[in-house]
Design a protein around this ligand. Structure first.
Ligand SMILES: Cc1cc2nc3c(=O)[nH]c(=O)nc-3n(C[C@H](O)[C@H](O)[C@H](O)COP(=O)(O)O)c2cc1C
Length: 338
């Protein structure tokens, strides 16, 4: 059984990738994932905004200290602070060693300033990252910012990072564009080596009893995979770059469904948090078992078999588009008869 796949120009031993999240945040977690068989690992994002907050706080503490104690200047860094994310760069080195030669470690970056995106991306490359995933989301706070301007930020950031590094660059985007397919195509044309569909965002809750606002990640459920799967199915064969699926992988069947839709790799975070890093081996065993039952000998044979393009090309095959057409038709008939 040949589970190998290509992603971002890299050869992976299989298409299961541990996406950014708590399990990949330590070298130990990465080692366990590699032992369980994953094809690659994405580290949690380095958030430039957090570094800026930290730097502002350090600067404030330093100046507060120098005012309070005369001798403070001798041991406080004064207004000078170190904006470099040493811990993160160290994690890249440790995780790369823990993963071993066959399991690429992908660093993830959420920048703020144009210089931040490129400088941190370059530092990640120097620390040994096999590729970079740009965790790009931009919330236009001003309600009058034109959609085109907001979208242009994504391609501009990608172009500047691509110009700064030699390693492959993937872009992880959310689904909230007027035309997600066009956004994906623009990123592909701007040089993205891969697209990761779709990011899930922090969920904000308001507690009316305590008048508090909380933010956090909720784990996903398999039902949430239909949106990214539909877009992967539509983009398969239409973009040159790799396609990575993220969201809603709980069972091996979810991995198989994403591959059939046309994903080059399938990522998982929530399932690894629920069941632990060793669960990656169960997902891979399940995938190999399903392939055996269905008579496939390689991932290449099955990838995109039920993509929109295949659905159109092969009469009678229930690809995504024909399924959507059937559903629309059924909906139309129901409306007509009601
Ligand atoms: C606790 C937690 C932390 C996460 N941290 C990051 C992150 O740092 N960067 C990122 O791009 N995605 C992050 N994600 C999103 C995941 O990488 C993934 O895209 C998302 O959870 C959907 O996949 P899933 O359904 O397998 O969980 C995080 C998710 C969770 C649950």
């Amino acid at each position: 059984m040949d589970l190998s796949t290509r992603y971002l120009g890299l050869t992976l031993r299989n298409p299961l990738v541990a996406s950014a999240g708590p399990v990949t945040s330590t070298a130990d977690g990465v080692r366990k994932l590699a032992d369980a068989g994953v094809g690659a690992v994405v580290l949690p994002s380095l958030f430039e905004e957090q570094l800026n907050h930290q730097a502002t706080r350090d600067s404030y503490l330093a100046s507060a200290g120098t005012e309070s104690f005369g001798e403070a200047l001798s041991y406080l860094p004064g207004a000078e602070f170190d904006p470099w994310p040493h811990q993160y760069l160290h994690l890249i080195e440790q995780a790369t060693a823990a993963a071993g030669a066959g399991v690429p470690v992908i660093a993830s970056l959420n920048g703020v300033s144009p210089g931040g995106w490129t400088d941190y991306a370059t530092a990640m490359q120097e620390a040994g990252a096999a590729a970079i995933e740009l965790n790009s989301y931009y919330l236009p706070g001003d309600p009058l910012i034109p959609a085109r301007d907001a979208e242009r930020r994504y391609t501009e950031i990608l172009i500047s990072v691509k110009a700064a590094v030699r390693i492959p660059v993937a872009v992880k985007i959310g689904p909230y564009f007027s035309s997600p397919g066009e956004m994906a195509t623009l990123l592909d044309r701007a040089g993205a080596d891969g697209l990761v569909l779709f990011n899930r965002f922090l969920q904000t809750d308001i507690n009316p009893e305590t008048f508090t606002v909380s933010r956090g990640f909720r784990l996903s459920s398999p039902g949430e995979s239909s949106l990214p799967r539909a877009w992967i199915s539509l983009l398969h064969g239409k973009v040159d770059c790799s396609l990575a699926a993220t969201t809603g992988v709980e069972r091996a069947a979810d991995v198989a469904a994403y591959l059939l839709a046309g994903a080059d790799v399938v990522m998982t975070t929530s399932a690894l948090l629920r069941h632990g890093p060793a669960y990656a081996a169960d997902l891979l065993d399940g995938l190999a078992g399903w392939m055996h039952r269905k008579g496939f000998t390689s991932v290449t044979e099955l990838r995109g078999l039920l993509s929109a393009e295949a659905g159109l090309a092969v009469p009678g095959r229930t690809g995504y588009l024909s399924a959507i057409e059937q559903a629309t038709h059924a909906f139309g008939s129901a409306q007509l008869s009601s």
